[in-house]
Design a protein around this ligand. Structure first.
Ligand SMILES: Cc1cc2nc3c(=O)[nH]c(=O)nc-3n(C[C@H](O)[C@H](O)[C@H](O)COP(=O)(O)OP(=O)(O)OC[C@H]3O[C@@H](n4cnc5c(N)ncnc54)[C@H](O)[C@@H]3O)c2cc1C
Length: 449
């Protein structure tokens, strides 16, 4: 470690890695980020990610204040309802969500590509694209060298694996830390939001998050994403003038092609899908989604039929196995690289952001000479591992994201479906239970250290 403080190598310019880099830069700690994508626009990133209070709090802590305000201005309109419907579009339950007047304590809808462009803002000189990490070397003095597929390398005092579910760093550092197939498959689609598409959606669905509990173990989730810019990328009229000014001068807009759309994801146990599903793309994948939802309401099927073929994506859901404690060193991990979770509770990105803020806080103490670098890593890991793996476990038990869920069993499945619909129905109709449901939703999504 040089007299001017540690140099941190971050592998992976995803949600967690970039948030950490923003925080380190803000704290004056030297950082470089190494990303396998060739450019800042690459990757299938048009999908929604829900950022709750935990994630927004971490972003507020790590981003420069103006960039945090830009993040808020780039979010899609916040959902106003959480609604549960049947495959025939009958409403089982609907809960009003809190208004988005608070910058942090709100459920926000963010497009992955947009969030990435926000997080890259101001880091252009430290993010290196087309750098696929193949291995690293750690010396006795703790210093680390990362090696990349193009033959180049980078030296640092700390290596942070922020390289996602299939982390190459984790494979080398903690070979016993593995992920496993959760047994479910998603088909994600995006439907451009036209007047015709909007006409298919009742108000509570158009303005909210909608969970579809279908018969035969076929599930879905639908989000309508409306951004402050139109299909040409021009700012929509009627925006708050302060937001409009921020967006006008934000350079990330030039790299972001995200437009108003409906995200519709269907999922079920992997047994319901043909063996070649992970190789299907475009019309063929949309055709499969339509086949699997033959008994769904015509409006939901019309949505699928209008999906952008380039957006259709099969996702095999993975989950991390619990890891026994390890001895901390100058290599550490954050986000999916250490605790991949199913989308069951929608907190994977929030947890990656929480890790980034926590690690950043610890590294600031190390840079200030209040503890050693390894102690800072140990203190981070002592907090991150318990909450991270608790969320892995919670996520696996939710919304049928495990292929072993009762929902997918032949006879029991029907009872499980009736039970789930009954639970939501009763909860939404009894005001005390409905209030508690919404409070619990925010409490869970707002957990802090
Ligand atoms: C269908 C679905 C829906 C979801 N919805 C939500 C939600 O609503 N809310 C929520 O909080 N979470 C959600 N998640 C989870 C969330 O997407 C992830 O948990 C989050 O993106 C993890 O962030 P990360 O920074 O750890 O990894 P990532 O964002 O995956 O970033 C990893 C980065 O590392 C790069 N990389 C990989 N290997 C290498 C290498 N060898 N060398 C260099 N770079 C490398 C990748 O290209 C990538 O840019 C969802 C997940 C799925 C599958």
């Amino acid at each position: 470690m040089s007299a001017s403080g540690p140099h941190v190598l971050v592998v992976g310019a995803g949600t967690g890695g970039l948030c950490l880099a923003q925080g380190l830069r803000r704290a004056g700690i030297s950082v470089s980020v190494h990303e396998r994508y060739r450019t800042r626009d690459e990757g299938l990133l048009g999908y929604r990610v829900g950022i709750g209070p935990t994630g927004s709090r971490a972003l507020r802590e790590c981003l420069p204040p103006e960039l945090f305000r830009t993040y808020l201005a780039t979010c899609a309109r916040s959902p106003r309802y959480f609604t549960v419907i049947t495959q025939r579009m009958r409403q089982t339950a609907s809960f009003p969500l809190r208004p988005d007047t608070d910058p942090v304590n709100t459920e926000r809808s963010v497009a992955r590509m947009t969030l990435r462009q926000v997080l890259l803002t101001g880091l252009e000189d430290v993010v290196h694209f087309d750098k696929t990490l193949t291995r690293y070397e750690q010396r006795d003095d703790g210093s680390v060298t990362a090696y990349f597929a193009d033959g180049s390398s980078a030296d640092g005092d700390l290596l942070v694996a922020a390289d996602g579910t299939h982390s190459a760093v984790r494979r080398q550092y903690l070979p016993h830390a593995v992920t496993r197939d959760a047994g479910t498959i998603n088909i994600a689609t995006r439907i451009p939001l036209t007047a015709e598409v909007r006409a298919l959606l009742p108000e509570r669905i158009e303005k909210g998050i909608t969970l579809i509990f279908g018969t035969g173990g076929m599930m879905g989730v639908l989000h309508v994403m409306e951004f402050p810019w139109d299909r040409d990328g021009a700012l929509k009229p009627g925006l708050d003038p302060a937001d409009a000014a921020l967006l006008e001068r934000w350079p990330g807009r030039a790299h972001d092609s995200t437009r108003d759309n409906v995200n519709l994801v269907i999922w079920s146990t992997a047994r319901r899908f043909p063996p070649d599903v992970m190789h299907r793309r475009g019309e063929e994948l949309i055709g499969l989604a339509l086949e699997l939802t033959r008994n769904w309401h015509p409006h939901l099927r019309q949505l699928l039929a209008h999906a952008d073929p380039d957006s259709a994506l099969p996702i095999k859901v993975a989950t991390s196995e619990p890891v026994p404690p390890w001895k901390s060193s100058t290599v550490t991990l954050l986000g999916d690289a250490i605790h991949t979770m199913t989308p069951g509770r929608g907190v994977g990105a929030n947890t990656a952001l929480r890790d980034a803020a926590l690690l950043c806080r610890q590294l600031r103490l190390a840079a200030a000479g209040e503890k050693t670098l390894v102690q800072a890593v140990a203190d981070y890991e002592a907090v991150m591992v318990p909450y991270g793996f608790a969320r892995v476990a919670d996520s696996l038990n939710r919304s049928g994201t495990s292929g072993d869920d009762r929902m997918y069993k032949p006879v029991v499945g029907r009872l499980a479906l009736l039970g789930a619909r009954g639970y939501f129905g009763v909860t939404s109709r009894v005001p005390r239970l409905a209030r508690r449901f919404v409070d619990d939703f925010y409490t869970y999504r707002g957990e802090e250290d």
